[in-house]
Write a protein that binds this ligand. Structure first.
Ligand SMILES: [Zn+2]
Length: 110
């Protein structure tokens, strides 16, 4: 069972690295003032850290799912884009353009 032992050791290292990475992202985000992303990364670090101490076999799967969230943009950024003329959200693929005040509006609203 030497191979299994090695695999388990590697999984532990991955968990620890993930925790440290997310913690680093959290600290960096807090410094930059991106509190939302910082909290997200901190939450991930805590979640992985918690599973590391219990050593559940699913911890690695959790780590894989949570790692990308540290780098991807939050959906609120996309939701925040709405037309200043009609106040309707601007959906991706809809024709839009900045008006004279550099605000994004529907092309049809101009
Ligand atoms: Zn509009």
């Amino acid at each position: 069972m030497e191979l299994l032992e090695k695999v388990k050791q590697r999984e532990d290292i991955v968990r620890i690295v993930s925790t440290v990475t997310l913690a680093a992202i959290a600290v960096r985000s807090f410094i930059k003032g991106k509190r939302g992303r910082g909290l997200l990364a901190a939450g991930g670090a805590v979640a992985i850290g918690a599973t590391t101490s219990t050593l559940k076999p699913t911890a690695l799967e959790v780590a894989r799912e949570e790692e990308p969230t540290g780098e991807t943009e939050t959906p609120s950024e996309a939701e925040a884009m709405s037309c200043v003329i009609c106040n309707e959200p601007i959906v991706i693929g809809e024709s839009r353009r900045p008006n004279e005040n550099d605000e994004i509006v529907h092309e049809s609203c101009l």
